[in-house]
Design a binder for this molecule. Structure first.
Ligand code: ZN
Length: 230
């Protein structure tokens, strides 16, 4: 059983894979490269290219990369949930930065120390930021640290706050798994199982998780690194 903090880590780690599945980033080259964009039939590919091209489809030059709108929708849903939750939680648990009164000049040693301290406190990288870099991985990482009570200018979460973060984490990871799970594909391998069964081997991958070779008869599995994990 994974904790909500683990779920948030999963979202952070697999966000690039969602980008790949959406076609908003070059696909990996792991063979047989099977990102969603490459699983479309030629007809679907042409349709999408035609929809997106604002020029004559016969015009020279590269075709637009097909974008998977369903995956983008999922990403927007996950990201909005995480950012909204982080904004809400930060308002509640993040201590406002210290303020130092200014105007007493740098010749006052104590005053200078206080001003530097205040500036450092405000710039504490552990703080949630309401502007600038705001994306799903940043929010997921920040929320996971709050669930784990990591040190920083924050008070501990109460039960309601914890529950709210857990809900958004669970929803996010479920959406992510469902989306990437559909991207996982099987392909036959032209070698028999080296075990006595001599069964049909298949390779499963393409969803960003480590590819696995599996025997459909005896169920033994091998990872890409040839380590026997069965
Ligand atoms: Zn076998």
């Amino acid at each position: 059983m994974t904790t909500a903090a683990d779920d948030l880590d999963t979202i952070t780690e697999r966000w690039p894979t969602l980008h790949e599945a959406a076609g908003t980033r070059p696909t990996t080259t792991w063979p047989p490269a099977m990102g969603i964009t490459r699983l479309m039939t030629e007809e679907e590919r042409q349709e999408q290219a035609a929809e997106r091209a604002d020029t004559n489809p016969d015009a020279p030059g590269p075709r637009p990369t097909p974008i998977d709108v369903d995956v983008l929708d999922v990403m927007t849903t996950i990201e909005t949930g995480l950012l909204t939750t982080a904004d809400w939680l930060a308002e509640r648990v993040q201590r406002p930065a210290f303020r130092a009164t200014t105007g007493r000049g740098w010749s006052d040693d104590v005053h200078r120390q206080v001003v530097l301290l205040a500036a450092k406190d405000a710039a504490d990288p552990r703080r949630w930021k309401y502007t600038g870099q705001r994306d799903a991985p940043t929010a997921a990482e920040w929320l996971s640290l709050r669930l784990r009570n990591a040190p920083g200018p924050f008070r501990a979460l109460d039960e309601g706050e914890r529950q709210a973060v857990e809900n958004v984490a669970r929803m996010g990871v479920e959406l992510l798994r469902r989306t990437l799970g559909e991207a996982r594909r099987k392909e036959a391998v032209p070698h028999p199982c080296p075990q006595p069964c001599g069964g049909q081997l298949v390779v499963e991958g393409g969803d960003g998780a480590p590819p696995v070779v599996r025997c459909e008869d005896c169920g033994r599995t091998w990872t890409e690194a040839a380590a026997d994990v069965a």
